[in-house]
Design a protein around this ligand. Sequence first.
Ligand code: AMP
Length: 208
Amino acid sequence: MRFILVGPPGAGKGTQAVHLATHFGIPHISTGDIFRLNLKNGTPLGLQAKGFMDKGELVPDSVTNEMVADRLTHPDVQAGFLLDGYPRTTAQAEFLKSALTAMNSPLDAVLEMTIDNSEIVKRLSGRRTCRGCGKIYPAAQPSCDSCGGELYQRDDDKEEVIQRRLEVYADQTAPIVGFYRNEGLLRTISALGSVDEVAGRAISALSK
Ligand code: AMP
């Protein structure tokens, strides 16, 4: 199974991706997680991405596409993959299409998660992320129950940056929904409800 998750920041893509990757036995490839790992390790890629991430802007397509193309050469993607947070522009979607065509591994589906902006702001400003493993929690959680790591608020989950991320989503990412609708790959579900409810909806949409 090869598919991508599309939806605004705060739709719960990262949380669902963990469930869905386990369910389908495929790697979860999150461009945001790869950038954050590079940032934490102080790599040149991390330093290049930092300025864009801090402002809620997209890292340039050339940098992001190269990083994804490299990830797609790892042997684990032979089992399939789930892309989370990529593509985020029509140019990235076009790049991915040619990369996958060259690999003879076209996408099976694109799952769109929909949610209102007011709910997004509530979710993002209240969420905390584990420094160790990246798992997401509500603000009241004291520490990570998976790895014991410290929880922190991502700089880009602060209210002023959230608004910019929403604008960027509407301007640059929402158009890819039409791109994939035209390709006949789009399945849309509501992102509202408990993690298990949304996962159930996602699995049944992907199994059609
Ligand atoms: P995320 O964790 O998916 O919300 O991503 C966090 C940040 O990483 C984004 O706000 C962007 O700055 C950057 N980023 C992640 N994925 C991409 C992408 N596909 N294209 C450009 N920038 C990205």
